[in-house]
Design a protein around this ligand. Sequence first.
Ligand code: UDX
Length: 433
Amino acid sequence: MKICIIGTGYVGLVTGACLANLGNKVVCVDNNKERVAILMGGKIPFYEPGLLEIVLKNSKSNNLRFTTDLAHGVKGAELIFIAVGTPASKNGKPDISAIIEVGNALSIAIKSDKKKRRIIIIKSTAPVGTGKMVAKIFKDNAIPQNMFAIVSNPEFLREGVAVSDFMSPDRIVIGSVDRRACRALAKLYRPLNARIVYVSNKSAELIKYAANAFLATKISFINEIAGVCAKLGADINDISHGIGLDKRIGKDFLKAGLGYGGGCLPKDLAALIHLLKAHKCVPRMLQSVDAVNKSQINKFVSKIIAVLRNTKNKQIAILGVSFKPGTDDFRNAPSRIIIKRLIARGIKIRVYDPVIKKEIKLVIPSAVICKSVYEAVKGADALAIITEWPEFKTMELKKIKFLMNRPFIFDGRNILDPKKVRALGFTYTGIGR
Ligand code: UDX
């Protein structure tokens, strides 16, 4: 099928590249000239394992093209995906101005091509009612009702594993009352062999927020239990394992640590809290999920300060800056707040992250960016593991102890074995163990 994708962020670029890989003709449109230039130059503007290969392969076979010209992009395209950002405003309300802008631009672009019926698929994480709002934009722009259908088709991909999440989804959610549109999408996704859920536009939009809020809830739940584990001498990893074996609970998203960050869970939880409040429902549980998440970072910083006591001129090695391993994204990453709080106490920061390098300086100008774990720990009074990159699980602890000034390890993601670390003479502090 001929497909147009509007927006080349994580969702848009992964969707476009994967659909091209399935044999469709895809044109990706973005109004960001630099981003389109990067993509046309055979690069991708963010780190996402496995994505570059399929972008290059499909660009070469001309199945995947990039442009800033929306009218050109939608020409002849029956399926048009809207995959632009919907960032959170201060009060949590999602900002859908980009979707509105695209809706208007689309109406103008397809007006000239009236013979073709279009299916507009909202892939962006969009607040309940966005599908209806886009339909109104089309109507207000005098696009005949029978010339378009609006489908809400939220994506559930995780950064770092986005390609595999797209190619083997747990389910595909299709929100529309238009049967022809539902059939067209079912045909498009058939090669994925995935379970398809057909619901209304509004239900599809709400499924996305509810899914992310539930994932955040699981994480805050286990972090709340972790809080008492340390006092009891229990190990939270054992609790996670023990409850996760219950199929009704499931083992995923039960890893205690510094809590959730990134561009989605915090944003989507805030959006859902805003939605409940807007409809006079009290978001008691959702607000505590957010409160527990924030407290994880405060507790971790307080532990470091309590152990170091006189923090002036002390030096700390920070391992990991991205919000999770496998990505170069550090939106809402715990590292940002932790580092800022430590610097505010006069602590000198040396940072190492396997992927994020110079960008750190933009956020934390005073941090010394190191090229390895061992460079970061040199002369450090403490070492704090903030992101669980695989290489931190196998670093040479004896060598680290020799390089450090003081033997304090703060393991924000519980990736080390406390017994082994303590046997080497370190003072180990984890989360809930
Ligand atoms: C999330 C959802 O998983 C995905 O379905 C949705 O489409 C987008 O938002 P993502 O933000 O890429 O994906 O990251 P995810 O892998 O979900 O992790 C989110 C955060 O939770 C990370 O900060 C991670 O460190 C944290 N986390 C995850 C935990 O603290 N414990 C866990 O057990 C799992």
